[in-house]
Design a protein around this ligand. Structure first.
Ligand SMILES: C[S@@+](CC[C@H](N)C(=O)[O-])C[C@H]1O[C@@H](n2cnc3c(N)ncnc32)[C@H](O)[C@@H]1O
Length: 309
């Protein structure tokens, strides 16, 4: 079940793996009293932006191990006007030779890690899909059929995101475990780690991968601390199941979301329908069961789950 209220939600930059397309299927699992929404693997932060648009949390913590990406987030939230001016300048400057201009900006970004340049690169790369070499150099190519989001549209999106999150958000760039350490029982943690299908091999899509064991150990500690969390974790594309399910010993509630053909189907290399896994922590399930406004949503979703069984 989708949140029915339709609000126009801005998005700051294209990012492969973004949960923009399914954020509305995740929000119904939010308790009605979330003090702080913590997103330790935030990428483009689609769920936090959607939650802010629906006023589902008082405060937000955005974190990603990719430091230049979080520097870009700081610009979006604190200096959006300068960032948009710089984007506009680059967008027009590229016009005479967009291909060569992209490589010039990419070379400079690899030396400076300038967030203004990162925004331009993200807007121009193939399917918003970042790629890094083994020595951490940004090496994705441009989609030369497109010149990137038009400056006015970019400004509208960036200013929209800044208005939603600007004065309520803390930015970090550390390993996910460090931000979780500060979580409290009345917070909610939404985790969208890199996909198992690639993060156990060498994951070039994101800055860094993490191991299944490390992730499971962290979840076990989070259960001991009664933390409320939601995890998006791999899924099924067509007949193929991606990734090892999370262990039953964690007592998570496992749900499925039909993500359609768009985001993950493309990400995982096919054109099939994708069913994404969503896991809820035991404390979150308990919290939702005692939360009258949330109970109705949860019941409807439990019925929908049978459709995929
Ligand atoms: C699937 S993406 C998240 C996409 C995000 N949900 C969105 O809507 O755009 C996973 C992110 O985890 C980050 N990451 C990988 N390992 C990490 C770690 N150990 N700690 C924190 N972030 C990490 C990657 O840089 C990447 O941006």
């Amino acid at each position: 079940m989708k949140i029915v209220k339709t609000i126009n939600v801005p998005h700051p930059f294209p990012y492969q793996g973004s949960k923009r397309g399914i954020a509305n299927y995740i929000l119904p699992y939010f308790p009605s009293d979330v003090k702080c929404l913590i997103e330790p693997f935030c990428g483009a932060g689609a769920v936090s932006i959607a939650a802010a648009a629906h006023e589902l949390a008082e405060k937000f913590v955005l974190n990603d191990l990719n430091k230049p990406l979080m520097d870009l987030w700081s610009e979006i939230l604190d200096r959006s006007s300068v960032l948009c001016d710089e984007y506009e300048r680059q967008w027009y400057e590229q016009q005479s030779d967009p291909k060569a201009y992209f490589f010039k900006v990419r070379d400079e970004f690899n030396k400076t890690h300038n967030p203004h340049q990162l925004l331009y690169l993200l807007a121009r790369i193939v399917k918003g899909s970042v790629r890094y070499s083994s020595d951490g150099q940004f090496n994705q190519s441009a989609d030369n059929r497109r010149l990137g989001m038009k400056p006015n549209t970019m400004r509208k999106n960036i200013c929209g995101v800044s208005a939603l999150l600007g004065d309520k958000t803390t930015i970090n760039s550390v390993d996910f475990r460090q931000v979780i350490k500060n979580a409290k029982e009345n917070d909610l943690i939404y985790m969208d780690p890199p996909y198992q299908g690639t993060s156990f091999t060498r994951d070039r899509r994101y800055f860094n991968g993490l191991s299944y064991e490390e992730f499971v150990d962290t979840l076990s500690c989070m259960n001991e601390q009664n933390l409320s969390y939601i995890i998006s974790y791999d899924g099924i594309t067509g007949e193929k199941i991606h990734g090892k399910p999370l262990p039953s010993g964690l007592h998570l509630k496992h749900l499925h979301i039909n993500a359609g053909r768009s985001s993950q189907a493309t990400l995982l290399g096919g054109n099939h329908e994708t069913i994404e896994s969503l896991y809820l922590s035991p404390s979150l399930v308990c919290r939702l069961e005692n939360d009258k406004p949330a109970i109705k949503q949860l019941k409807a979703l439990e019925q929908q789950e049978f459709a995929f069984a």
